[in-house]
Structure formats: structure tokens, C-alpha cells
Design a protein around this ligand. Structure first.
Ligand code: MG
Ligand code: ZN
Length: 220
């Protein structure tokens, strides 16, 4: 019985996600659904991405958090459209769903956006199960979290087109085994692309920026 209810919820979500996807496609917007655990560096990556690409494309962000507008506040100085979703007001969900995104995009002028980045609630579990209308999911993990997370949270890595390994500036301070990590990503998702970077120091970030630019360009 419970399994059936979950399946129904996901089917209803997928139908609305498809509507969102059609809206984004019509407007030529490339949409990234960014997943990670709390503290892996999603907002820092967004800050660096916006600072680097803001002049050549129009970027908007939807911030998902259970509580506070701390991440949205960090993006204020870039003067781009940012919509904050706080799930504590709607049941405290630990993920964003298609309905939340459908409401959030009413607050955006979609005709003037090239790239929409959705920073999901920090959580490697259920955000992976919910489509919101994105072109692709990108999952980020940081060196500080340890190299054992891929097989513990395989769905997040399985459904993501791109895997970002962040905080590589910390590699020499930890026993993170990068080869093992890459091998395990390939086990759960043979077609995944993997990029290593440090959002903080900027090392490797140009590969991510190129990846984004290519996707946005192809969408236009
Ligand atoms: Mg954040
Ligand atoms: Zn959840």
C-alpha cells in the first residue's frame, strides 16, 4: 500500500516536471538541478559561476532550503534574479519538487533568462528522486565528505549527468582516494562526466564554466 502511494506521488510530480520542462524549453532556458549534501560548496560554486558568466549570459537562481535565506542573501550582490524557497513553510520537505519550482518560476521573467540554476536542499537522498523540469541534474561532493559516498547514495550519482568533486585543495590533508571515487562513480553511472575543482581557490573551475557555456549555447 505504502509503495503504491509513493509511486503515485512520484508520477504526479513527474507530470508537473514535464510541464515545467516544456515551459523552460519554449523559453530556451538551460536548467541545472544542483544536488549535494550540506556544506559541500554549492553556494560558493554559484557565486564563482555567476561572477564569471554574468556578463555573457543571463543567469537566475532558485535557492531551496528548509529554513533561512542565507544562501539567497549571499547572491544579492550579483544583482541577478534569485527566488528563495523555504520548505519549512510548506511541510519542511528535505527536497524540492516540481510543484515548488512551478510556483517559484512565477516570480521570474523567463523570457530574459539563459541559465537557471536550482540549488536543491542540501541532501543526497530524496532530491535525487524528484524531477523538477531540469535539463540535467549535477551532483557535487566535496573531498571533506570522504570517498565512500558514491555507493552509499548511488541514486544521486546515477541520475546526474555531471559529478563535481569540490574542495580538491584539501586533498593533501585527507585520505580521500580520488581513483576509488572515480571508479565507483563509473560503477553506478558509466556515462557520468566527472570534473574536479576547488570553488574556493578557482582551481579546475574553468572546466565547469566551459561545460555550462557549451550547454547554454547548444540550448539557444
Ligand atoms: Mg547552499
Ligand atoms: Zn526529501
Amino acid at each position: 500500500m505504502e509503495v503504491k502511494i509513493v509511486q503515485n506521488i512520484l508520477a504526479a510530480n513527474d507530470a508537473l516536471a514535464e510541464k515545467n520542462r516544456e515551459i523552460f524549453e519554449k523559453q530556451g532556458i538551460f536548467v541545472i538541478n544542483l544536488l549535494s549534501a550540506p556544506g559541500s560548496g554549492k553556494t560558493t560554486l554559484l557565486e564563482k559561476t555567476i561572477a564569471a558568466l554574468n556578463k555573457e549570459m543571463k543567469i537566475a537562481v532558485i535557492e531551496g532550503d528548509i529554513s533561512t535565506s542565507r544562501d539567497a542573501d549571499r547572491l544579492k550582490k550579483y544583482e541577478i534574479p534569485v527566488v528563495q524557497i523555504n520548505t519549512e513553510n510548506i511541510g519542511g520537505d528535505c527536497h524540492l519538487d516540481a510543484n515548488m519550482i512551478h510556483s517559484a518560476i512565477n516570480n521570474l521573467d523567463l523570457s530574459s533568462i539563459d541559465l537557471l540554476i536550482i540549488e536543491n536542499v542540501g541532501n543526497l537522498v530524496c532530491p535525487a528522486e524528484f524531477k523538477v523540469g531540469e535539463n540535467c541534474k549535477v551532483v557535487m561532493i566535496s573531498v571533506a565528505e570522504g570517498d565512500d559516498k558514491v555507493l552509499k547514495y548511488p541514486l544521486a550519482f546515477n541520475v546526474s549527468k555531471l559529478v563535481l568533486l569540490n574542495k580538491i585543495d584539501l586533498l593533501s590533508y585527507t585520505d580521500f582516494d580520488k581513483e576509488k571515487f572515480i571508479k565507483e562513480v563509473k560503477m553506478v553511472n558509466p556515462s557520468a562526466e566527472i570534473l574536479s575543482l576547488s570553488a574556493k581557490t578557482g582551481e579546475g573551475i574553468e572546466n565547469w564554466l566551459e561545460w555550462v557555456k557549451e550547454k547554454v549555447c547548444r540550448r539557444k
